[in-house]
Ligand binder design. Structure first.
Ligand SMILES: Nc1nc2c(ncn2[C@@H]2O[C@H](COP(=O)(O)OP(=O)(O)OP(=O)(O)O)[C@@H](O)[C@H]2O)c(=O)[nH]1
Ligand SMILES: [Mg+2]
Length: 463
């Protein structure tokens, strides 16, 4: 179990972002939070914060040497029912950086220490109020870029992942205890029924780990965003499409072929799902070093794409350049976008059918903003064949969790094989215990210092 010895002192930090705001919040946590509060705060009703009840708000002034520093509201939250389980004070002051800094300095002079990034949440974890998956979910909620990811983060924040992991752990610990009992009393030979039960239990636990891993595919997509690359020969309307998807004129559009040279990347949400959109240069035959680099970059992005929108100008016949790109995209996940459908279509249906047999085709007019709903739907369906992301259930999304779950599944599969193959019970027991350890690394029951520091260092100061 992780041991932490830094809980004796009282920490303080500015919890709101740097800059000018209506309100700024300074937060203190620790056994002296309220004592320090009384050193710097004078309530209008002259009462001491030490006498205040928990969850109460007090109006008054931060006063230094009888001079008023700021007019504030102070919230008192007493241990143990607080974010950190320690006494907490939240000072709501005016949100200018100077006011915030001067109060912060005053609190530091009065006995508190500046908090490290994520230290409030770290204390909540170390004091046992939340487990590590919930602490990580706090970070996910703060950093969430889309509605869908915010929603799945809240499942983890509520402790749904920990509950599932603890339940799997319980099954494994029962198996472990049973096997250890058999090992320690060798005169009680394992009977066929016990053996069958152990195999079934390992299978059950492994199945539940596997289910979590299956959810990870969607979880990762929601966390990292899907790389959607727009490609096509010059002038087909790639940049126009990018701008329409972004709902902002990000890329330069013109009727001069070869307008886009460098690739352009932007984040966007399509039906609540995060995408990283990449507009590429349409150039196929580079004429100079810059264009050569542009072509190289476009190829790199196309290769790394989760999905390619292959844009074609349907008002012109298919050209050699279109055919060359088609060949290049053969192995890719592609949606064919026939653009400029406001103009007369010059591509024969027979060719379309033959060439794009297995690829979805969507007809749009970016100029007239037509067909966009169909395109967005096709994009989501292509990425998620089951057509929707189920944000109403727990989805695993952290690489750290996924790796530990994979390791856990490997050792459980091996334990099951050993059991079936009549291997020594010690071998099975060892693997089951390893499985438990992998789960404990996720929840933080068993984690080393360095990893903990790495996790919390990703937080902002004040959280
Ligand atoms: N009629 C019509 N014109 C369009 C449509 N979409 C784009 N265009 C025009 O096509 C021309 C080329 O558009 P871009 O978006 O710059 O094309 P691109 O594919 O990014 O071109 P490059 O950057 O040169 O590779 C511009 O004049 C656009 O206004 C459309 O749906 N209908
Ligand atoms: Mg362009």
């Amino acid at each position: 179990m992780y041991q932490y010895h830094g809980l004796e002192d009282t920490i303080v930090a500015i919890s709101t972002p740097v800059g000018h705001g209506a309100i700024g919040i300074i937060r203190l946590s620790g056994k002296d939070a309220i004592v320090i509060g009384d050193r710097i705060f004078k309530a209008k009703n002259n009462k001491l914060l030490a006498e205040a009840k928990s969850f109460t708000v007090h109006y008054g002034w931060i006063q230094k040497d009888a001079a008023i520093v700021d007019e504030v509201m102070v919230t008192v939250i007493k241990a143990p029912r607080s974010y950190t389980t320690e006494d907490i004070l939240e000072i709501n002051c005016h949100g200018g950086p100077v006011a915030l800094k001067s109060i912060l300095n005053f609190v530091l002079e009065s006995g508190a220490r500046l908090a490290e990034p994520g230290e409030f949440t770290k204390r909540a974890f170390l004091n046992g109020r939340i487990d590590l998956t919930q602490a990580e979910a706090v970070l996910d909620v703060i950093q969430s870029k889309t509605d869908a990811f915010l929603k799945i983060s809240t499942h983890q924040l509520k402790g749904e992942l920990s509950t599932e992991l603890e339940s799997i752990r319980e099954i494994l610990m029962d198996i472990y205890t049973e096997i250890e009992a058999i090992i320690n009393f060798p005169e009680d030979e394992i009977d066929a029924q016990s053996k069958g039960n152990i195999i079934k239990a390992i299978e059950l636990a492994g199945g539940r780990v596997q289910n979590l891993l299956l959810s990870a595919e969607q979880g990762r997509l929601l966390k990292d965003g899907i790389k959607l690359v727009l490609c096509g020969r010059p002038n087909v309307g790639k940049s126009s499409l990018l701008n329409l998807l972004l709902k902002t004129p990000r890329a330069i559009v013109s009727d001069i072929a070869g307008t886009t040279r460098d690739t352009i990347e932007e984040d966007a949400q399509i039906n609540g799902i995060p995408f990283r959109l990449v507009d590429t240069a349409g150039i196929l035959e580079p004429r100079d070093l810059i264009e050569k680099e542009a072509v190289h970059r476009s190829h790199q992005h196309i290769k790394a794409a989760d999905l390619v929108l292959f844009v074609i100008d349907s008002s012109e016949e298919l050209s050699d350049q279109d055919y060359a790109l088609m060949d290049m995209l053969e192995q890719q996940n592609v949606i064919v976008v026939f653009n400029k459908c406001d103009l007369k279509c010059m591509i024969e249906n027979a060719i379309v059918k033959e060439k794009f047999l297995h690829k979805p085709i969507v007809r749009v007019s970016v100029l007239k903003k037509e067909g966009m709903a169909d395109l967005e739907q096709a994009v989501v369906e292509q990425i998620l064949p089951q057509k929707r992301i189920d944000t109403d259930r727990l989805l695993v999304s952290s690489v750290r969790h996924i790796n530990a779950l994979k390791e856990c599944l490997t050792v459980l599969t091996r334990a099951q094989e050993s059991m079936n193959g009549n291997a020594f019970l010690e071998v099975v027991s060892e693997d089951v215990k390893r499985g438990v350890n992998f789960l404990d690394a996720i929840t933080g029951r068993n984690i080393d210092n360095d990893l903990l520091d790495t996790i919390f260092s990703q937080f902002c100061i004040g959280k």
